[in-house]
Design a protein around this ligand. Structure first.
Ligand SMILES: [Cu+2]
Length: 319
């Protein structure tokens, strides 16, 4: 791992009860109000039921009062209060997308994620995959889209769930408040490998994020200038990897697969299937169809060991 900003891939199971962002904190508060409110009402109702099955003299005259009070007025008051409260609390989740500090486009694909950042300095686009890097303390507007089927993005620690629908752009707002690695997941069934379509969200201090984005812009530019024709790079072309994967040396692939630029910086391969590290790329090349049956990349188990090593080495070193 060449990247000093890489946080180790250690994250607790996703949970809505430990929010790490402003929007998620609002949703957690709503969840508490609903859970506690429902518990109180359930206890009250149970007491009333217990009381009513022991009929006593003199209670009959209160019947009308109970029906109108408990059956009509009480639900109307409680539901109206909840409606107003939740509308007011969640208003900022959408209104906030109008004044973001950062815009990131996220495209859901079968079965991986593509991200696109715009560098504020050069205006150039940075394409990234399977990992969402975000700065602490900035309002991030995610533009969510899909080219194939409906996917859905859910990162419980950071905010609500939102669908990625072909033909339209949905939006979601994240304002991370705590650095760390959070696990997101495609939350709308999208085919056989839907369950293996995870997304790691790496929340970094704002300065580290800016440095990373600048480094990504430089990496693309430098790599094009100096691109030695190594055995790995030749094999990458010869075996057709270049048809599906962009690299800093050839950025015009049709995005049938994730960009492999900066792969060594990423937490995992195959949208969360395989933790990244020494040997991971080779393992992926040999066993894609075993690790992720149906994935839209063939296994390369038929290649000889030297070619596999050269390929893996080339891919792992892409800036
Ligand atoms: Cu899915």
């Amino acid at each position: 791992m060449s990247d000093s900003t890489l946080t180790p891939l250690v994250h607790a199971a996703p949970s809505i009860w430990r929010p790490a962002g402003t929007e998620a904190a609002i949703l957690t508060e709503l969840a508490w109000v609903l859970v506690v409110g429902a518990a109180v009402i359930t206890v009250l109702m149970s007491l009333l039921i217990a009381r009513s099955i022991r009929p006593r003299q003199g209670h009959r005259m209160h019947l009308t009062w109970w029906i109108w009070g408990g059956g009509v007025a009480f639900p109307v008051v409680v539901l109206t209060a909840l409606l107003l409260y939740s509308a007011q609390r969640t208003d900022t989740l959408v209104a906030g997308t109008r004044h973001p500090d950062l815009v990131v486009s996220v495209v859901g694909r079968l079965w991986w994620w593509e991200m696109r950042y715009r560098d504020p300095v050069s205006g150039r686009d940075v394409v990234w995959a399977n990992e969402l890097r975000l700065p602490v303390g900035r309002r991030v507007h995610l533009g969510l889209a899909s080219d194939d089927v409906i996917h859905s993005l859910w990162v419980p620690e950071l905010g609500g769930k939102m669908d990625l629908v072909p033909g339209r752009t949905n939006r979601l707002l994240f304002t991370p408040t705590r650095a760390g690695v959070y696990r997101g997941q495609c939350a709308e069934f999208c085919g056989e490998q839907h369950a293996r379509m995870a997304l790691h969200v790496v929340v970094m201090p704002a300065a580290a994020f800016d440095a990373w984005l600048a480094q990504r812009v430089r990496a693309d530019a430098d790599a094009v200038a100096a691109a030695p024709a190594t055995a790995g790079r030749r094999a990458f072309q010869a075996h057709g990897c270049v048809v599906c994967h962009a690299t800093p040396h050839s950025r015009d692939a049709a995005a049938r697969g994730p960009t492999l630029s900066g792969l060594a910086q990423r937490q995992a391969l195959g949208a969360g299937v395989l933790p990244n590290g020494p040997g991971a790329v080779k393992q992926w090349l040999v066993g894609v169809q075993g690790l992720k049956p149906g994935a839209r990349m063939p296994s390369y188990a038929h290649l000889d060991a030297d070619t596999l090593d050269a390929l893996a080495q080339y891919v792992e070193q892409l800036p």
